[in-house]
Design a protein around this ligand. Structure first.
Ligand SMILES: [Zn+2]
Length: 93
């Protein structure tokens, strides 16, 4: 899916949350309120690829930028937290 579209949707959903829940948008908005926006937003944010810092010795691997588990560069998504991984843009040091 288009990363820019996802980022736009995240922005829209976040502002919608703050309109509905005000400052409570940062607290736990749970299923009790009807929609679990926190979980929905977390899932959406994981679809936006994050740059992986490749291991300095084992260049084919690196740690997931979200949860820290070691992934290999044939993985487009972290096997643990499902974060989308960007192996192309070399991380700034
Ligand atoms: Zn992860």
């Amino acid at each position: 899916m288009d990363t820019e579209k996802i980022q736009a949707a995240i922005k829209t959903l976040k502002s919608l949350c703050s309109v509905i829940y005000g400052s409570r948008a940062h607290v736990n908005i749970t299923a009790e309120q009807g929609v679990d926006f926190e979980t929905a937003l977390a899932c959406m944010e994981r679809q936006v690829p994050k740059t992986v810092n490749r291991d300095s010795i084992y260049r084919f691997s690196g740690k997931c930028p979200s949860c820290g588990v070691v992934c290999t560069d044939d993985e487009k998504y972290c096997k643990i937290c499902l974060q989308a991984l960007d192996w192309e843009s070399e991380a700034e040091k």
